[in-house]
Design a protein around this ligand. Structure first.
Ligand code: NDP
Length: 246
């Protein structure tokens, strides 16, 4: 049987990188997207190849249609027909109240976290429908339901839209044999918190998490791997919270 070919956006670091390594161990070949950190992308690609998988790295800004088209074209040309998509690339911008936010930061969060997901889902839908099968996993956030007041309500809004996209698209694409699910992480130990200007956020949040600690990227990767696998063959339209109970 042909190996699954999966695209992971934002595969260079954090949750995306852990997902690439986990999927390689599960037998996937990978197209790994990154936007700026080529060194991290190559490091993750090396780990993927060490697990016996084929891997191509592609520089792509998921908010740009031409980049997304090139990502899918490259994956298909180098690895074969794409069977899976993990929409993971995301940004938060600086933490703060909406009243203080800059328009450019609001626009960027919506463009990457929502338009980018739509562009990738659209191309995946076209390619997968032509083959009559496929699986998509969108990385959402518990912010979608908690709202993230005082931190980033615009990001929470984009993630709530991701949940709606997941449910709607699962209904649209079910008849084409394509499953669409989401994973909503809680607070996970990645560089994203430092990028928001709050590197200690995961440690500080531990007290409010029923399991008493932030999550690790590998724990999100495990959920993604399950949703892409045949073990989840009857699961679609689901938002799976992986948050330590938060
Ligand atoms: P990181 O900040 O650790 O990594 C972000 C990744 O996205 C990098 O690979 C980065 O590439 C890539 N990226 C950023 N912008 C773009 C873009 N415009 N086009 C393409 N790639 C881009 O993030 P996390 O691993 O923490 O987060 C991954 C996903 O999980 C996001 O969707 C996030 O919203 C979600 N999430 C994270 C949580 C957490 O606590 N960490 C909690 C809930 C959800 P490069 O390396 O080149 O910069």
């Amino acid at each position: 049987m042909a190996r699954p070919v999966t695209i992971v956006t934002g595969g260079s670091r954090g949750i995306g990188a852990a997902t690439c390594v986990r999927l390689a161990a599960d037998g996937h070949d990978l197209a790994l997207g990154y936007v700026s950190n080529g060194a991290a992308a190559e490091e993750t690609a090396a780990a993927v190849r060490a697990a016996g998988a084929r891997c191509v790295t592609v520089r792509v800004d998921t908010a740009e249609e031409a980049d997304v088209e090139r990502l899918f074209d490259t994956a298909a040309a180098e690895l074969g027909p794409v069977t899976g998509l993990v929409n993971n690339a995301g940004v938060t911008g600086p933490l703060g109240r909406l009243a203080d936010a800059r328009t450019a930061d609001l626009r960027r969060v919506i463009e990457v976290n929502l338009l980018g997901y739509l562009l990738c889902c659209r191309r995946a839908a076209r390619d997968m429908a032509a083959r009559g099968s496929g699986a998509i996993v969108n990385i959402s956030s518990t912010a979608a339901t908690l709202g993230a007041p005082g931190e980033y309500v615009h990001y929470a809004a984009a993630k709530a839209a991701t949940d709606a996209l997941t449910v709607g698209l699962s209904k649209e694409l079910g008849p084409d044999g394509i499953r669409v699910n989401a994973v909503a992480p809680g607070i996970i130990n990645t560089e994203m918190h430092a990028a928001m200007g709050d590197p200690d956020r995961p440690a500080r949040a531990a007290a409010g998490i029923p399991l008493g600690r932030p999550g690790e990227p590998t724990e999100i990767a495990a959920a993604v791997a399950w949703l892409l696998s045949d073990d989840a063959s009857y699961t679609t339209g689901t938002v799976l919270r992986v948050s330590g109970g938060r």
